[in-house]
Design a protein around this ligand. Structure first.
Ligand code: TYM
Length: 361
């Protein structure tokens, strides 16, 4: 990590995380992992496997340790360098949970009740949802802010949680402004037109590109997700070339050819989704995809998409298998990352103790 930035501004630091629940899919890859890999060339980055988060909906998992290793193996298989970045699992660094507790006391219950992900996951019987599920965004804010990270690459579905992260940071900065100043821990930052002083940065979400919300291959109005009962709805990162090609061949489409202009995709959710996936995999704009395939039938476009998807994804699947076959290597990466992350988190928490008034020395 370099410390080159001036001390009165936040050093640019990227943080993101993935839950170890179920197979990773194309949405996770395009919305998150592909961006993680690109950012490692330009930023200091911390990538976490958020195992504590996976307890919020289901407490008991048969194979949480293996799932955690599998996500770490996916990070490595996609090309993340464990020396250059910090790669670790969340529960190794207890400061995440400690800061989450403080944020539970900063955030308001009303804020949590408004989270669409909580409403979706809790369903009708909210009284019976775990307290952890309600407080989930507080832990997510702590994941990011325990490193005072400034940039967070995620898919569109995490946007509301990141807005809440900013609200928590802002309320902490306001509530403790005098203590922050008295301790000399304030950092200057721009908020809108103003320059203000605070301890936690107002984190920027990085939600960019053509595939920030990859939709189900069976229903263009539903998000591609691990929990969809139909395996045909998603491409898993573990799928082999045949499975990838078959799922694209079977993807739902409409009878029209692809439009000649981008605007022609409006109201054609499935076509729009496949064009977005092509653009993101090829790392080109959607305009360019339409310029190349506009007017062509899906019977032409799908084989091209399948070929591209196999070319990009099949090597990741085989690399994941290779890395996962050596769990002691994966564990050593997570252990090393955990030590480096822990040292940074400890530094932040010492200051938080001073600011909040928790006697620690
Ligand atoms: P999770 O584990 O559900 O998903 C991991 C990442 O994949 C993105 N994603 C998608 N992107 C595009 N299209 C989709 N269909 C799609 N499905 C998932 C997610 O947006 C995410 O970026 N709460 C987070 C994990 C988390 C976290 C954090 C993220 C915990 N702490 C701190 C960033 C920073 C989650 O459940 O992601």
């Amino acid at each position: 990590m370099n410390d080159a930035a001036p001390t009165n501004e936040f050093r640019q630091l990227v943080f993101s995380g993935v839950q170890p629940t179920g197979n990773l899919h194309l949405g996770n890859y395009l919305g998150a992992l592909q961006k993680f890999v690109a950012l490692q060339d330009t930023h200091d980055c911390i990538y976490c496997v958020v195992d504590l988060h996976s307890l919020t909906a289901t407490l008991m998992h048969d194979d949480l340790m293996d799932q955690t290793r599998a996500i770490a193996a996916a990070y490595l298989a996609c090309g993340l360098d464990p020396k250059k970045n910090i790669i670790f699992n969340q529960s190794r660094v207890p400061q995440h949970a400690e800061l989450a507790w403080i944020f539970n006391c900063v955030a308001r219950i009303g804020w949590m009740n408004r989270m669409t992900q909580f409403k979706d996951k809790a369903g009708k019987d909210r009284e019976n949802a775990s307290l952890g599920l309600l407080a989930y965004p507080s832990l997510m804010a702590a994941d990011i802010l325990v490193y005072r990270a400034t940039h967070v690459p995620v898919g569109e579905d995490q946007k509301q949680h990141l807005e809440l992260t900013r609200d928590i940071a802002q309320k902490f900065n306001n509530d403790f402004s005098e203590r922050i100043a008295a301790c000399g821990y304030g950092v200057e930052m721009e908020v809108g037109e103003e320059r203000v002083n605070g301890f936690f940065p107002l984190t920027e979400p990085l939600i960019e590109g053509s595939a920030t919300r990859v939709m189900s291959l069976r229903d263009g109005t539903k998000k591609m997700s691990k929990s969809d009962p139909s395996d045909l709805s998603r491409i898993n990162l573990t799928d082999d070339a045949d499975a990838i090609a078959r799922k694209i061949r079977k993807a739902k489409t409409d009878p029209e050819p692809l439009p000649g202009e981008l605007e022609g995709l409006t109201g054609r959710a499935e076509a729009e989704n496949l064009v977005g996936i092509y653009a993101a995999l090829a790392e080109m704009s959607r305009e360019k995809v339409i310029a190349e395939f506009g007017g062509r039938q899906f019977s032409d476009f799908k084989p091209a998409l399948a070929e591209l998807a196999v070319e990009k994804l099949a090597p990741i699947a085989s690399e994941m298998r290779r890395i996962a076959a050596d769990p002691s290597y994966v564990d050593s990466v997570l252990r090393d990352g955990g030590e480096r992350a822990g040292a940074l988190a400890e530094e932040t928490m010492k200051k938080v103790h001073d600011i909040v008034g928790l006697l620690a020395n």
